[in-house]
Write a protein that binds this ligand. Structure first.
Ligand SMILES: *[C@@H]1O[C@H](CO)[C@@H](O)[C@H](O)[C@H]1NC(C)=O
Length: 512
């Protein structure tokens, strides 16, 4: 080889390194979307995606625009005249199965009130151009038929690295309670309680048997939606039009060739489980929660989305905004502006079905779930089936599992949440040293027993004092690096977290 050729080769190698070392969009940007009043638009047994024109099999907690109905062809969602989302031009609908409490004493079923729900819009590091959802686009995340834990029980959103695990339960706990594992260390997830996420002490699959009593953070459902859209398939073909992106080896994640990269929606739904504090005993290897579809395990957690965005508004947010926890609504120049608190609260939809909705504080009629779904999943006592078919029987011995390492760094978690900055911050004490990418959030939205308007007021005041800055490493995972008004404990937690974050970069090269 001539020297000049070699030089040229070296130069091009160097250029290659420079241009190819990172994804075209080098880091994740994101913003949150909140729902006004902290409550649902409606509770109703409708599902325009899975049961268009009919009645759904189970009760849903629905958020977003008031065009929600049993049938929503095409861009019907966009026609809403109001929305519970705090970005006025988002008329999308988001919904999840409603949560119920089943008394361990007598099997009585009670609806659990929503505490708060919030949606993250992640614009990931990628070589793709991230685009708004096409009109009429709809999708599901999670699997309503599951009654068993993921195998392996591993946090993963990358289909090239094995089974995708898009849903989890997060259970923030007070500092004194968090010294014990969230799930029984011996639980394999088949006998009355879920299974620990080995990468995060505060999360797992299936319902935990502990009380989630972290500051302003009861039991939380976490759902990641797919973020790749196949333009060769109808936007309404929710079974075939979507996929999760894969790591591109450059710290980002790309969609399959020819597919369109859309925002990564991550939904957090907090349920007001503390209201049942006196009605069950925690840490017994059994848990009292039931999903609306009758699932007593929690593995079937899922969520639905129908796009109702004004396309230009979402494009604007994707291209111009990175407000993080300050929220998409705070983005300067936001087309259409914010939805006022009054507008969000007054945007309601009464369920048109004769059966109506849940009544809080009262047992379900005839002690049956809406839709009369049988209870399914754990066949273990002491929870005698209520209106269901599960016989009470002794708990089979569970296979021993490694004890959940509450302080171990996550392998694959991908979410960073803002840390509350108040003295009662659970993150400071409950999770002293896990890497920050998966510290369960204590969303500062109010006190569990408070009124909706108090939540909002409180949220506003807390947020004013919360200053977070995000940086990005490797997989485009934002990391909270600074928060104003930290307590000494929070500062200490921050210090202890840093080393694990550093040592972790290494392992996480290439993304999750
Ligand atoms: C069932 O048990 C719960 C406690 O878990 C109790 O509050 C309720 O009153 C009981 N209902 C009946 C009908 O006994």
């Amino acid at each position: 080889m001539h020297l000049s050729t070699l030089t040229a080769a070296l130069a091009s190698a160097a250029a290659f390194t420079l241009t190819e070392a990172a994804s075209k969009k080098a880091s994740r940007t994101f913003g949150t979307l909140s729902f006004g009043g902290g409550k649902e638009l409606s509770r109703c047994r409708l599902d325009p995606i899975v049961n268009p024109g009919g009645v759904a099999s189970h009760m849903h907690s629905i958020f977003g625009g008031n065009a929600f109905s049993d049938s929503m062809p095409g861009d019907a969602a966009e026609k809403a005249s109001c929305t519970t989302a705090n970005v006025k031009n988002d008329h999308s609908n988001y919904w999840v199965p409603t949560l119920y409490f089943k008394s361990p004493e007598n099997g009585t079923l009670y609806p659990v009130e929503l505490f708060y729900a919030k949606v993250y819009y992640f614009f990931e590091a990628t070589n793709d151009d991230i685009k708004p959802f096409p009109k009429g686009f709809r999708m599901l995340a999670g699997d309503a038929s599951l009654r068993s834990p993921p195998n392996p029980a591993k946090n993963n959103l990358d289909p090239s690295k094995g089974t995708v695990t898009p849903v989890q339960w997060t259970c923030p706990r007070s500092s004194q309670d968090s010294n014990t594992p969230l799930y029984p260390p011996s639980s394999d997830g088949t006998a009355g309680v879920g299974v620990q996420d080995p990468s995060n002490g505060g999360q797992g699959w299936g319902f935990p048997d502990k009380e989630c009593n972290g500051f302003a953070s009861p039991l939380r459902a976490d759902i990641h939606f797919p973020s790749c859209y196949n333009p060769n398939v109808s936007p309404e073909n929710y079974k075939e039009n979507n996929a999760y992106p894969s790591s591109n080896g450059m710290g980002g994640q790309d969609c399959p060739p020819g597919w369109v990269h859309v925002p990564h929606i991550f939904m957090e739904v907090y349920w007001n489980t503390l209201k049942f504090h006196d009605m069950w005993k925690q840490g017994q290897g059994y848990q009292p929660w039931v999903l609306a579809n009758g699932d007593e395990t929690g593995y079937s957690l899922h969520a639905d989305f129908i796009n109702g965005w004004d396309t230009k508004t979402l494009a604007y947010l994707i291209d111009n905004c990175d407000p993080g926890h300050a929220g998409l609504a705070s983005c300067p120049g936001l087309p259409g502006g914010q939805t006022s608190e009054e507008e969000m609260k007054s945007c309601k939809l009464s369920c048109p079905l004769p059966e109506g909705s849940d009544v809080f504080g009262q047992p379900l009629p005839d002690n049956k779930l809406f839709g009369h779904n049988d209870l399914s999943g754990y066949q273990a006592g002491p929870y005698v089936a209520a209106g269901g078919s599960s016989p009470s029987k002794a708990q089979p011995p569970a296979a021993p599992r490694p004890v959940a390492a509450q302080n171990s760094a996550p392998v694959n978690a991908d979410i960073t949440d803002a840390q509350p900055t108040g003295a009662s911050s659970p993150s400071a004490s409950a999770y002293p040293s896990p890497a920050p990418t998966s510290v369960p959030e204590a969303d500062p939205v109010g006190e569990p027993q408070g009124q909706a308007h108090e939540h909002t007021k409180y949220a506003t005041s807390v947020r004013l004092h919360t200053v977070v800055k995000t940086i990005t490493v490797d997989a485009g995972t934002p990391i909270v690096v600074a928060a104003a008004a930290k307590t000494a404990a929070a500062k200490k937690a921050c210090r202890t977290r840093r080393p694990s974050r550093k040592s972790h970069r290494h392992h996480r090269a290439g993304g999750y």
